[in-house]
Design a protein. Structure first.
Length: 205
């Protein structure tokens, strides 16, 4: 048995519901750290950053599912929905932190979205993720049929916009956001590479 087969056999024994529960905890832990001084001198900014970064990391992991299966033989398909929903959850928490703890003035929200390009880009990326999260259930898959896959192509502009939002937020050419942007582009290219045709050997007489 190959290494990928052993990994897949182990993954098949892992239930998804505890992973959902564990995935919901980090925002609350970070919020506790912010209240107790564990996030430094600017806890709100640090909380926003950590939640947004978690969202990007889970988007990155979601994009990696297909290349991992195709090129490494590791099958994470049964976890892909969970990964995507957790990514959306972290990004929602990132947005709520900005709205409730940072802005705190509803009159400023629209003005900031229009005035600050990095917020505009991030908001467009978030809006692209909303229909993906809303149709991530089995009922939507059955109802939409082939259109479900077409709709979920929105993940590509969404993740690129999220990475560009991170680059613009940091201001200047810093390494970390550029690494994320490059990783997203590489994974998108790997996902779009057509699968080689399967050559069937004819049975011997």
């Amino acid at each position: 048995m190959s290494l990928s087969d052993r990994i897949n056999a182990g993954l098949r024994r892992v239930p998804t519901w505890p992973l959902y529960a564990m995935g919901a905890l980090p925002p609350f832990w970070y919020f506790y750290l912010g209240l107790t001084g564990g996030l430094g001198a600017e806890p709100i900014s640090a909380l926003e950053h950590r939640l947004g970064l978690l969202g990007l990391q889970f988007l990155l992991l979601g994009l990696a599912v297909t290349p991992l299966r195709r090129f490494a033989g590791i099958n994470l398909i049964r976890f892909r929905r969970m990964i995507g929903l957790l990514a959306f959850y972290y990004i929602c928490m990132h947005l709520l932190t900005w709205l409730v703890l940072d802005i705190r003035d509803p009159a400023r929200i629209w003005a900031d979205i229009v005035k600050r390009p990095y917020i505009t880009v991030g908001m467009v990326g978030f809006l692209a993720l909303v229909p993906l999260a809303a149709t991530s259930n089995n009922a939507s898959v059955r109802k939409l049929g082939k259109r479900w896959r077409q709709l979920h192509w929105l993940v590509y502009p969404a993740v690129v916009l999220g990475a560009v939002h991170f680059v613009m937020l940091r201001k200047g050419w810093q390494i970390e956001p550029l690494v994320y942007l490059a990783a997203f582009v590489i994974l998108i290219v790997l996902r779009l590479i057509p699968r080689p045709p399967v050559v069937r050997r004819s049975a011997r007489a």
